[in-house]
Design a protein around this ligand. Sequence first.
Ligand code: SF4
Ligand code: SF4
Length: 431
Amino acid sequence: MKTSRRNFLKTALAAGAALSVPAILAPEEVQAKTVDKPIYELTKDFGRYPQKNHMYTRMFWDKEYVAYRATLKQRDVSVKDEHDSMALAVAAWWDHNNAADWNCYGIPAQSPFMRWDDPVITMDEKYAEAYNKHTTIITENAMIWDDTIAPNAFQAEPEVFSRKVKNAGLFLGAFDVGIAKLDPRWMYSDYFDFKEKVSKPWPKDPAQFKYIVVTAIEMKNDPIRDLQSYNASASVGLGYSNMVEVASALAKFIRCLGYPAIPIGNDTLPTVPAAIEAGLGELGRNGIIITPKFGPRVRLAAVLTDAPLMPDKPIDMGVKAFCKICKKCADKCPNGCIDTATEPSDKVYNISNRPGVVRWPVDGQKCFDFWRMNRTSCSQCIAICPYNKVKGTAWFHDITPTVLEKFPIVDKTIFELDKVLGYGLKVPFEL
Ligand code: SF4
Ligand code: SF4
């Protein structure tokens, strides 16, 4: 039976009224319970996997995508009608691209992320390279891996030490920080040398570290709701720039406390599984972590360290159950990249899917093909997710995640209400 908008609103408002007790309205975010194991499964096929196969890395060696990268470099930002949006995107990515020594579209050209020994490039060479790229170095090397460690180690019980590290992460710009034991199986088996365009063994295996501290950083909502646009890319770019600031500063904090610490982005391992293990959220159908506070509208950066920390536990906030019903990201994806099956599986589409992980697979290759066609990134599966709500703007925003968690029976109702109220539509962003 088709539900009319009026009837639906009536039903939903009645449901909302029935549920509008302080316990539901008051929480700032989804109330999650801790669990012993993350809510995803690994099969016997799971194992370490080369960075070379990552979709972004393929822009450097896979001839299908190398040509696309070349066109990005030559792109003129002063295109009529989109000039200000393109300028905003370039500006938002700016800190990231300079400080992390990544090239202008977020790919590590000769990134300090990869360095475990003395820098391969001397500072003189680095400046020369920057000059040739017409970029500026705003810091010598924000994501440094070989900085000095304070000679006297700060002493505290793991619980206290962890609290201080987390509070430092919040102070430095993250909205949430979690700690997990480092699972070495997620580490890339070897790294990709972006200059020589070959895979190489790690100089020192990053799996040697005991812990991973994962930070979650919000991406701004208004530009990202301008689906498939340079404005959405600007929101993502700013998130990447903030990742560099937070991770590099947090690693510096830990080194100043006298312990080894290395900041990483998505270059050493995929950060989503570590974030799930660290209790920052749950995996969504869209392949992105869904956090209690901002849903999937987040970026993750991390620090590998041997500081004496206490790991957190994963959380269950009902995402898996909701994603089984919702499928909004899959239905609306412009290139059909997200799995529509009700149950998750270990299906892989191509070399850019890691085998042995039971989840709803996302076809990164098709996603990237859409970006090529669109001439910029997309972010639609982030913006339209019902968990991506802005607090304090309407009762519906405020109660939705809590209702989903406490009353799964109304999941479908809330989902329908989400559609009726127009969430998931493109909302043009104006500076
Ligand atoms: S970014 Fe866009 S194209 Fe890629 S999976 Fe998400 S919705 Fe689909
Ligand atoms: S849009 Fe729906 S199915 Fe997709 S991740 Fe969000 S809640 Fe899950």
